[in-house]
Design a protein around this ligand. Structure first.
Ligand code: XMP
Length: 512
């Protein structure tokens, strides 16, 4: 497909919901990307966006140093939607008033639509929206029409159709806003004239064309982990360039129980693609000896992966390109843009500086659910497409403290029990990730008539849509009970099981 999809840029003002806005836009089949607000307007416009959305943000426009934006954006002729903080910014920058009224609104709020409005056309006059703000817009700028209000706020929606500038104080992107999707739809399709062409088929066609353009007739290697991301990346590249692709599966010694055999079998059967299986358990475990710090673990593993791939590439006659299944959230979480660096995902921030490969990352703009959908479209088996995510550094980031062969074995066995029982309970697909963690402490117990002093296992099971946020899964007590008693009875070296009931935030999904 040579016709690029329409692009909507979401300018991030530090919002909790910036990702969600981009996801919602994509759900409406329009391609959307998040950009930090520090991006020069000229750079944004050079990408020819069909629309720009300002996200919310935690600041008050009245605080010195509050995030702002070059006002050139308002004269660019690109349709604009400001949400929450973004709405206040639009109002303030264009000559309206934003005040600390002392009347914040948080959560469920009744919205009353006024007069005729493009965003609220065809919607009921009164509806429920989700608010989260302290300051309020008290006067719209000249040229704007006030389109909605609430009991506490006189200007909850405003628009200047001639200039194509729209703003809402509430969050249309959250599910609690009754007609949020219709409002976004009206903005995208009526105000901005976007075309809904971002579909699975177009994503695949686009990726295939890009891969061909990037690699030409050269050889490409793809690191395969057995997870859905690298499998879909491999399938896409295979579709694009056929037998120029060689897949390399590295056994790091940090995989789940039986995984190496399973991956090899599945991929040899499913793909007619050359597969090299590198058995590098000793190299990885030796390199990790005595490393306790999570970031050092990731960097060590990231670097070693690359060395192993470089060796494989040499054996294959100097392949220059390396395919990785990096996803959009990996990039955002590794400190892309203005976001804080929470973890250097081994395949983004953990890459060595002297790496010689050019990366091919066909999934780098995609969220996990999009990857799964295109995996299905490409005909990958359900067993791969619906596999729970597994981090590239594997069990290394689930073994807290030092990694020894003995501790890897304990965790593999405990983890196998968790996966088996979650599957048996029919919960495997609805739970985002369920796994065991091995902490670096020992606790006292009693088994038979003897005192034990052994490791606890922490069970972690979370629900999530995209790993950006997560909640602990409300597992039935019977499932918890079976997992606990099986682990203690079947895994030597473990005498206690605890369940982690932390959401993300404030926790992360993995323990390291
Ligand atoms: P956290 O722990 O940051 O994890 O909430 C979010 C998602 O990313 C996975 N994860 C990783 N994946 N390399 C990866 O390929 C990594 O270094 C890494 N760290 C975390 C994690 O399993 C979850 O799905």
């Amino acid at each position: 497909m040579n016709d690029s999809p329409d692009l909507v840029l979401v300018v991030d003002f530090g919002a909790q919901y910036a990702q969600l806005i981009a996801r919602r836009v994509r759900e409406l089949h329009v391609y959307s990307e998040i950009v930090p607000r520090s991006t020069p307007i000229a750079d944004m416009l050079a990408r020819k966006p069909k629309a720009i959305i300002f996200s919310g943000g935690p600041a008050s426009v009245h605080v010195p140093g509050a995030p702002d934006i070059d006002p050139a954006v308002y004269d660019a002729g690109v349709p604009l939607l400001g949400i929450c903080y973004g709405a206040q910014l639009v109002a303030r920058d264009l000559g309206g008033e934003v005040a600390k009224t002392g009347q914040g609104e948080y959560g469920r709020t009744e919205l009353h639509v006024e007069g005729s409005s493009l965003l609220f056309a065809d919607l009921p006059v009164d509806e429920v929206v989700w608010m989260s703000h302290g300051d309020s817009i008290t006067a719209a700028p000249a040229g704007f029409t006030v389109t909605a209000r609430t009991a506490a706020v006189p200007v909850a929606g405003l628009e200047d159709r001639d200039r194509g500038i729209y703003a809402v104080q509430f969050h249309p992107e959250v599910a609690h806003t009754e007609h949020g999707m219709q409002i976004l739809k009206a903005f995208l399709f009526e105000a901005a004239g976007c075309r809904p062409t971002w579909t699975n088929v177009s994503i695949i066609e686009h990726a295939v064309a890009e891969i061909r353009a990037q690699v030409g007739s050269e050889r490409v290697i793809c690191g395969l982990s057995g997870g859905v991301d690298s499998a879909v990346a491999a399938a896409l590249v295979h579709k694009a360039i056929g037998d120029q692709l060689v897949c390399v599966f590295v056994d790091t010694g940090l995989l789940r129980l039986g995984e190496a055999e399973q991956v090899e079998q599945t991929f040899r059967e499913q793909f007619e693609v050359e597969l090299v299986h590198v058995k590098a358990q000793d190299r990885f475990l030796d390199a990790l000896d005595d490393i306790v710090d999570p970031e050092r673990k990731r960097k060590t593993i990231g670097e070693l992966f690359i060395r192993v791939f470089e060796e494989a590439a040499q054996d294959l006659g100097d392949a220059r390109f390396l395919v990785q299944g990096t996803l959009y959230p990996d990039i955002v979480e590794s400190g892309g843009g203005d976001n804080a660096n929470i973890k250097s995902h081994h395949n983004v921030g953990g890459l060595p500086d002297d790496m010689e490969f050019e990366l091919v990352e066909p999934l780098r703009a995609l969220f996990k659910d999009e990857v799964r959908a295109i995996g299905e479209e490409l005909g990958l088996p359900e067993e791969i497409v619906w596999r729970q995510p597994f981090p590239g550094p594997g069990l290394a980031v689930r073994i807290i403290g030092t990694i020894t062969r003995e501790r890897v074995e304990i965790l593999q066995q405990a983890d196998a029990v968790v996966v088996e029982e979650i599957r048996r309970a029919g919960l495997y697909r609805e739970i985002w990730q369920s796994f065991a963690v091995l902490p670096a402490v020992k606790t006292v117990g009693v088994m038979g008539d003897d005192r034990t002093y052994a490791y606890p296992i922490v069970l972690r099971a979370v629900t999530s849509d995209d790993a950006m946020t997560a909640d602990w899964a409300r597992l039935p007590y019977e499932v918890l009970e079976r997992i606990s008693s099986r682990i203690i009875n079947e895994v030597p070296g473990v005498n206690r099981v605890a369940y982690d009931i932390t959401s993300k935030p404030p926790g992360t999904i993995e323990w390291e």
